[in-house]
Ligand binder design. Sequence first.
Ligand code: NAD
Length: 262
Amino acid sequence: MDLGLKGRSAVVMAASKGLGKAAARALAAEGCRVAISARHAETLTAAAREIEQQYGVEVVPVAGDVRNPRDIQTLIDSAAREFGGVDILVTNAGGPPVRTFEDSTDEEWREWYDITFLSVVRSVRAALPHLKKSGRGRIINITSSSVKAPIESLVYSNALRLAVVGLAKTLSRELGPHGITVHNVAPGYHLTDGLERIIVNKMQQGLRREQVLESWSRSIPVGRIGRPEDLGALIAWLAGDQASYLNGTTIPVDGGLYPGVM
Ligand code: NAD
């Protein structure tokens, strides 16, 4: 299936590793030019070169921190300058730490509000003039299955990601007339460095790595942990022409883990 993405331009935030990198890879595989960001220039540049060599499209690394509004503006400006516009924005950031409500602090709430929510607000604001010009713009937020069902001891994720979902639904209504559609993808367990940190936390409670993976796999109807490319494939499809009549959705990619009907 040709998704109609050849020659289009995308920005993927927090994409040197894990789910962001998988999104960048899936878009590049469809012929999209991609600008990617993350804090560490060396790892980011290596990821850009790897994707570029694999798919033969331009991949531009722009080092920056999603906490810094100027870095976000620089990322979007660089992509627009390099590619002549921005058609697709994929927002992403590192995930909040394991905390119960009783362990949470005001300082951390503010930090994760900045990283999880304000980074989306700022990147949408910076990309909007370009997405409007595109006429078929896309905003796709990488969130978490925590927006469907709270995850034990991830209080910042459980609470703050719902603000992203509310924002996305609002944007889908405000920006639809400009040809821009807006979605959230809600990953369940996908094997990345981010998930490894949660596994290490479980191991500190006395479980072995295999026990943690087995118990998660047993709880997932398709019987396995996700691969980052499982999420990347959905993101590329949502960015493509076939998805032009979908708008304002939140789509779980979790092997059926979420047990609710809707
Ligand atoms: P990861 O740790 O493997 O990768 C995170 C990426 O974000 C890296 O490229 C890192 O360099 C970058 N990054 C981190 N902090 C940043 C910052 N302040 N500024 C710029 N870049 C930054 O994580 P992942 O597993 O790919 O997860 C990505 C997002 O998806 C997280 O928010 C995570 O909580 C969420 N999520 C992941 C899973 C999963 O199973 N992997 C499930 C649900 C939700």
